[in-house]
Ligand binder design. Structure first.
Ligand code: SF4
Ligand code: SF4
Ligand code: SF4
Length: 261
């Protein structure tokens, strides 16, 4: 969507069930954020300012998943006020770590965690925003990458599609010249099935990827699990590896279930 002459596009940021980490990624853009602030009107971003300008909004960033009936209604209202809606982070795109509830009885969790579980009003599941309203673009990561977030904002301002490659973390290892921890040391790594965005951060620190950016496009999770097995990884560990921040992402959910998760 192109910036209209005469007024700045209105940018809004809304939070649902989340830790605020993805919003902090936006605040962490520092110098770039000043440029963004010059190019858009920050109309609703409570993490940054109490000032609220009413919608409709030209671009809305949504962090977090839907875990309550109230939020299920709120996201429909946000969608109705947003011309373009982009979800940011594993919570918003896959349900987040809180989607672990989807595999168990949520009442069991609340009775263990809260002194008065009867006052807790929650849905049985944590679901991504796209399960409730149409989403124009999904940006993955826990948290999202600053560079990819700025690319989404720049693309919006210039009326083009964001250039966010859907390849795996492995390609970033090759580009950086990072030695493959799986091949060289037999360290289990989810990089081959994980979406690029971090610049292969974990392998560059000599550890395996644990999939925080969620599934890449067309991930071969069965081959990934088979490779882990050849390294002697127990079934339970394979199941748990696919069940973290992106446990609700379909490809990871299915592979986890295939290993007893
Ligand atoms: S995706 Fe991760 S960093 Fe972002 S809000 Fe959810 S838990 Fe926090
Ligand atoms: S370390 Fe992991 S992400 Fe990097 S090339 Fe090896 S398997 Fe792929
Ligand atoms: S290497 Fe994997 S786990 Fe580590 S930051 Fe990147 S995507 Fe996340």
């Amino acid at each position: 969507m192109k910036k209209r002459a005469g007024r700045k596009p209105k940018l809004a940021v809304f939070k649902f069930a989340s830790c605020d980490g993805c919003q902090l990624s936006l605040l962490d853009c520092e110098d770039e954020l000043l440029e963004v602030a010059g190019a858009v009107e920050i109309a609703n971003f409570l993490e940054a300012s109490r000032a609220v300008v009413e919608g409709p909004y030209d671009l809305t960033l949504v962090e977090g998943s839907i875990t309550t009936a109230h939020d299920a209604q709120r996201i429909r209202e946000v969608r109705a006020r947003s011309k373009t809606l982009v979800t940011i982070g594993a919570c918003a795109t896959a349900g987040g770590i809180q989607a672990l509830r989807n595999f168990r009885d949520v009442k069991e969790f609340t009775s263990l965690v809260y002194a008065q579980p009867e006052v807790i009003s929650t849905l049985e599941t944590s679901t991504p925003i796209a399960a409730h309203v149409p989403v124009d673009f999904e940006l993955r990561g826990c948290p999202v990458s600053k560079a990819q977030l700025l690319e989404v904002l720049a693309a919006f301002l210039h009326g083009r599609k964001p250039d966010v490659p859907a390849h795996s973390v492995c390609l970033d290892c090759k580009r950086r010249g990072t030695v493959c921890v799986m091949v060289a040391r037999g360290t289990p790594c989810l990089g081959p099935v994980t979406h690029s965005g971090c610049g292969s951060l974990c392998p560059s620190c000599d550890r395996g990827c644990y999939g925080c950016f969620g599934p890449r496009e067309t991930p071969n999770t069965a081959a990934m699990a088979a490779a882990w097995k050849t390294l002697g990884t127990p079934e339970r560990v394979i199941a748990d590896a696919f069940r973290t921040y992106n446990a609700g992402a379909e490809a990871f959910r299915k592979e986890s279930e295939a290993h007893g998760g």
